[in-house]
Design a protein around this ligand. Structure first.
Ligand code: SF4
Ligand code: SF4
Ligand code: SF4
Length: 161
């Protein structure tokens, strides 16, 4: 299986107008690209991209490229259920899950929703995200945890940055 390249600021920058016009409020297009990746600005703030015909093709490509950022909400986590084999690694390894319900780190309590604050559960053989806002990547305090992504054997979990 070929590895998908992780989204980075240069990939975004290449599809921006690169005029450094500052209409978006950022000092240049690269700064905007970095902030877009961090989800602290929205693509629509680059108005020239959508208003000028010459950028129409780039605008479409960029919308597609950054769509996962929208899906990933605040944490940057995407779970692709079709890739999941229901192994339960994400439920067991997640430190936030373990803090909420210690029995999960021992491999128990993964098949039902008895604890509504768990981030991950496995239901009908597929992992499901229940309370993403309990993830340690979510403020406050925000950490750069990516244990679930590292330990998912099928790459069903992707953390965008
Ligand atoms: S509005 Fe768009 S083109 Fe202008 S600086 Fe911002 S990102 Fe670059
Ligand atoms: S990033 Fe860390 S805290 Fe967040 S869901 Fe994954 S393992 Fe849990
Ligand atoms: S670790 Fe990956 S494959 Fe295993 S249950 Fe979680 S998402 Fe599915």
């Amino acid at each position: 299986m070929s590895e998908k390249k992780r989204l980075n600021a240069m990939m975004i920058y290449k599809l921006l107008p690169q005029t450094n016009c500052r209409i978006c409020g950022e000092p240049n297009c690269m700064a905007f690209a970095v902030k877009l990746l961090n989800r602290s600005v929205e693509l629509k703030q680059c108005t020239p991209l959508f208003e000028e015909e010459q950028y129409a093709e780039k605008a479409e490509k960029l919308k597609e490229l950054v769509a996962p950022l929208e899906l990933a909400k605040e944490t940057g986590i995407i779970l692709e259920e079709e890739k999941c084999i229901g192994c339960g690694n994400c439920v067991v390894c997640c430190p936030a899950n373990a803090a909420i319900a210690p029995e999960t780190s021992g491999g128990k309590g993964i098949k039902d929703e008895t604890n509504p604050d768990l981030i991950f559960i496995v239901e009908k053989g597929v992992a499901k995200i229940c309370k993403l806002e309990k993830c340690r990547r979510y403020e406050p305090p925000r950490t750069s945890c990516r244990v679930c992504e590292i330990l998912c054997p099928t790459k069903a979990i992707e953390i965008l940055q």
